[in-house]
Design a protein around this ligand. Structure first.
Ligand SMILES: [Zn+2]
Length: 140
């Protein structure tokens, strides 16, 4: 465990902003509560909160929601990279009653001002009861 592994403290101002994941809710009530330590109930909720963690650069959250067998030592945030929108295209499994799930999504970004898009199918599983990210297939 490193010093950055605890739940993130967020500010009231950041909490009141629209959540980067695109749901019509404020960050604090949407993905922010998961970043602060509440367990995401579904694979889709975890997926959204991880997208948001990339957007707000919450490395500790990304690491603790990554399966230990595939988790990198650290997450580097590329300078000039800004995640701008998330669209969930398909979900299978991943409910509170499942142990595995996949989420297919499109994530939009701008990199040094140039727009781009990532389409991916992420696989999620449970680890010690909580949803974690396992791996992904980039679908182009
Ligand atoms: Zn959100």
């Amino acid at each position: 465990m490193n010093a950055a592994s605890g739940p993130r403290r967020t500010s009231p101002r950041a909490d009141a902003r629209p959540c980067p994941c695109g749901l019509p809710a404020a960050y604090g009530e949407c993905c922010g509560r998961f970043h602060r330590g509440q367990a995401a109930p579904t694979a889709e909720a975890l997926m959204r909160s991880r997208f948001t963690a990339f957007a707000v650069e919450d490395e500790a959250y990304l690491l603790r929601t990554w399966h230990p067998t595939t988790r990198p030592a650290r997450v580097e945030f590329e300078r000039g990279m800004r995640w701008t929108a998330l669209e969930i295209e398909d979900v299978s499994g991943g409910s509170p009653f499942h142990t595995e799930g996949t989420v297919t999504f499109r994530a939009r970004y701008t990199h040094r001002g140039r727009p781009g898009e990532l389409r991916e199918q992420s696989r999620f599983t449970r680890y010690e009861g909580a949803w974690v990210y396992l791996d992904a297939v980039v679908t182009g």
